[in-house]
Every structure is written in C-alpha cells, then in structure tokens.
Design a protein around this ligand. Structure first.
Ligand SMILES: O=c1ccn([C@@H]2O[C@H](COP(=O)(O)O)[C@@H](O)[C@H]2O)c(=O)[nH]1
Length: 237
C-alpha cells in the first residue's frame, strides 16, 4: 500500500482532469517526479478508459477517483474489475452506506498486499451549507462529514476525502489513524472556481491533511511542474 507521505512533494496529488489521453500522458510525465501520486478521474476514464490509467501508472502511483456509488454487489464487482489496473487509491461515496463500503473492502482484499487504499468521499468540496440543505441535509458540512466519516471508517474504509475545512474536526474526532486526502486546495490568490469549501495547502497540512489534491492551480499553469514545485516548497518538512 502507498505509504503516508514523508516529504513535502509526496503530499501532492495533481488532478489530471482532461478528456485527452495525450495531454494526460504529457501531464503525468511532467508531474510524476514532483508528486506522491497522480489523480485520474471520471473525465479521463469516461473518454479513454483503462488504457489511459495503464499509461499513467507507468510514471507514478495512480489515485483512481471514480467515486463509486451503487448497490454493494455492483460496487464490489467494479472494484474487482479495477484491481488489474493496480490503482494505489480508489474512491467510493460514503453515502452509499456501510454495506457498500464493506463489500468494496472485501473485494479489494482479494488483491492481497497490493490492494488499493479505499477512500470514502464524505461531502463534495463543491457543496456549501445552503446547497447541502437543499439536498435534505441540515446541520452543515462539518456535522455531515463527521457522520459519514464514522460510518465509512467503521465499515472498512482506510481513509476519507474531505475539504480542508473538516480536517481539524476529523483529527479531533478520530485521531491520527484515518488517511485524509484533501481536495478544495487553493494556493493564496488562486481562484476557487466551483469549489465552495477551500483553504491553502499550508493550512490543510497544518490541520493534519496527509495528501493534497490539486487540479487547476497546477494543470492550468503555464509550467505545471514548476507550479507543483512552488506549492511543495511552501509546505513544512
Ligand atoms: O469532494 C471532492 C472530491 C473530489 N474532488 C476532485 O478533486 C479535484 C480538484 O480539482 P481542482 O481543479 O483543484 O478544483 C477534481 O478532480 C475533483 O474531481 C473534489 O474537488 N472534491
């Protein structure tokens, strides 16, 4: 299994969000030396499928962020289908419930020591309290993240995907054990875009984040590798 990062650059997980496999391969080659893993998500997977994952997997560990969310039997089958790609990390929605997460864990275990880290997505970082309330969830993001975190960790998830705003409350509630992978990261001065719950890389790490998922602030830069190095250079050793 991928180990917790022990140096600043290893904390970075650039999000390679593109439908173009050639661009994905170029970004992967440029960013691999300056990151802990590469995140490939729905945009690339829907456009280019497993072949694009295999290509990136040759350069760095792959975080396959497909956010699985279905009945337990279907999610378990999807996990088994993804194992030959040897992802280092896989996501599934905590809201799928404990049986779904337990089924995913059981399926992942069939890969033995090489199994992927299973990360439960709590509340998407694009949702603020108002939007969450519109979906029927009152009480705000922190309360809902903690509720889903308890459920997911109890059912067998290795870690969580949460916004930087919930890292400190999660560490207070669950301690050092859960792996925390944190999108919604914005270096000072960069645009939030569609992200609602954001903080800087330095704030997220100070609060206890393990890995930082950063997409557009890196991939939208004129020199993505230089942007990644600049972010890493601001992180504590
Ligand atoms: O709650 C979540 C879960 C996943 N993501 C993913 O992270 C990146 C963020 O990209 P930016 O360009 O830095 O906003 C993206 O791939 C999302 O799918 C997330 O943002 N929030």
């Amino acid at each position: 299994m991928l180990e917790r990062p022990s140096r600043p650059a290893a904390r970075l997980i650039p999000a390679i969000d593109t439908a173009d496999p050639a661009r994905a391969a170029a970004l992967a080659a440029a960013l691999a030396p300056d990151c802990g893993a590469l995140k490939l998500g729905l945009e690339l997977f829907c456009a280019a499928g497993p072949a694009a994952v295999r290509e990136a997997a040759g350069t760095a560990p792959v975080f396959l962020d497909l956010k699985l969310h279905d009945i337990p039997n279907t999610v378990a089958g999807a996990v088994r289908s993804l194992l030959p790609l040897r992802p280092a990390m896989l996501t599934l929605h905590a809201a799928g419930g404990p049986a779904m997460i337990a089924a995913a864990r059981e399926a992942a275990e069939t890969a033995g020591e090489a199994r992927p880290i299973l990360l439960a997505v709590t509340v998407l970082t694009s949702l603020d309290a108002g939007t969450l309330a519109e979906t029927g969830v009152s009480g705000g993001p922190v309360q809902q993240v903690l509720r889903l975190a308890r459920l997911a960790l109890g059912a067998g998830a290795d870690g969580l995907v949460c916004s930087p705003r919930e890292v400190a409350p999660i560490r207070d509630a669950f301690g050092a054990a859960p792996l925390l992978v944190v999108p919604g990261i914005r270096p000072a001065g960069s645009a939030a875009g569609d992200q609602a719950r954001v903080a800087t890389p330095e704030e997220a790490v100070a609060d206890g984040a393990d890995w930082l998922v950063i997409g557009r602030p890196i991939t939208g830069a004129a020199d993505p590798a230089a942007a990644a190095r600049a972010i890493a250079s601001g992180l504590p050793r």
